[in-house]
Design a protein around this ligand. Structure first.
Ligand SMILES: Nc1ncnc2c1ncn2[C@@H]1O[C@H](COP(=O)(O)OP(=O)(O)OP(=O)(O)O)[C@@H](O)[C@H]1O
Ligand SMILES: Nc1ccn([C@@H]2O[C@H](COP(=O)(O)O)[C@@H](O)[C@H]2O)c(=O)n1
Length: 292
């Protein structure tokens, strides 16, 4: 059993390491399992007791997961919505038409839950209870999957689920999403869909579904409001048929592609030295628009 002293010594060790490449996070625990993930890959976990504070230190080095090459343009779209709103269904359709890699936070965690480790067990228990898994773990799984895919366009399905997810993502990956697709659907319709899904998911039972709805209401809707304020949110009506929802989704992605093409043609033009010289030359004679 680790003590408070163990946590302080972990913190001290992390601080004496290269601070630039070390992430130290204090997380509120949502289960009674506490785990630490040390920079040398050692994983420890232990049950929470009165001796151990309600905090968790997760300590990773960037080397453990890797990072994107500097200057590489990465496109990220978050896809959020209540349980059963159709996120996975729409993501599969987006992938076929727009060449994104689909990363489902839930699927990555289901894989993690299969591993015969204490971390795997912790993830399995939290998912069974319909609770959220500590954010740093999910962000690390997402980053790993992104790097392994070799793609530069990602649909991140089921993320961010709460403010803590969002902040951990900002700290660790830090690439602003291009937009956030929100699939809006009534609770009654979502419940109907989940209970008819029949994919053998451990959390597709009425008790867990109710808990997942509560989490959505309490933790995910504030994230939706956040992105609404920043102008990134694109809301679609998820109650329609899957094909009809995709018509609305398609329009959003066509617009995203158009914007991306415009940006890349401007940056190509800006990196052309002859064009820059002409712009400067014309600018001197008050005909700045001449080369556009
Ligand atoms: N627009 C739709 N109309 C009717 N059924 C749908 C629609 N979209 C998805 N479904 C069905 O509803 C169920 C849930 O869909 P899906 O798995 O895509 O939801 P999700 O939002 O990814 O769920 P979760 O968050 O629980 O993983 C599936 O059985 C799917 O086939
Ligand atoms: N950001 C996330 C995403 C998911 N979870 C856990 O996984 C469960 C299933 O997620 P789906 O997206 O497949 O519905 C969810 O109920 C959570 O337990 C998470 O913790 N954080």
């Amino acid at each position: 059993m680790r003590s408070r002293y163990h946590h302080s010594s972990l913190l001290a060790a992390a601080l004496s390491h290269n601070i630039k490449h070390t992430f130290i996070h204090y997380l509120c625990l949502q289960s009674d399992l506490i785990y630490t993930n040390s920079h040398n890959g050692e994983k420890n976990s232990h049950r929470r007791t009165e001796n151990i504070p309600n905090l968790l230190i997760v300590n990773w080095t960037q080397n453990e997961v890797g990072s994107f090459p500097p200057g590489k343009k990465i496109t990220i779209v978050f896809v959020i919505g209540g349980p059963g709103s159709g996120k996975g269904t729409q993501c599969s359709m987006i992938v076929k038409h727009f060449g994104f890699t689909h990363l489902s936070a839930g699927d990555l965690l289901r894989e993690e839950a299969k591993s015969d480790t204490e971390q795997g067990m912790m993830v399995k228990n939290l998912m069974h209870e319909g609770k959220l898994v500590p954010s740093e773990l999910i962000v690390k799984l997402l980053l790993k999957a992104m790097l392994q895919s070799g793609n530069d366009k990602f649909l991140v399905d089921g993320f961010p689920r709460n403010e803590e997810n969002r902040q951990a993502y900002d700290k660790i990956i830090g690439i602003e999403p291009e937009l956030v697709l929100f699939i809006d659907c009534s609770k009654e319709e979502m419940e109907r869909r989940i209970l008819n899904r029949n994919q053998g998911r451990d959390d597709d039972n009425i008790d867990t579904v109710r808990r997942r709805f509560e989490v959505f209401q309490e933790s995910t809707l504030p994230v939706v409001q956040h992105y609404e304020k920043t102008g990134k949110l694109r809301r679609v009506d998820g109650a329609k048929s899957a094909d009809a929802v995709f018509e609305d989704v398609k329009a959003i992605f066509v617009q995203l592609n158009t914007q991306a093409n415009q940006v890349s043609s401007v940056s190509r033009a800006q990196s052309n030295p002859f064009k820059r010289f002409l712009d400067l030359f014309c600018g001197c004679f008050g005909t700045q628009e001449a080369t556009n």
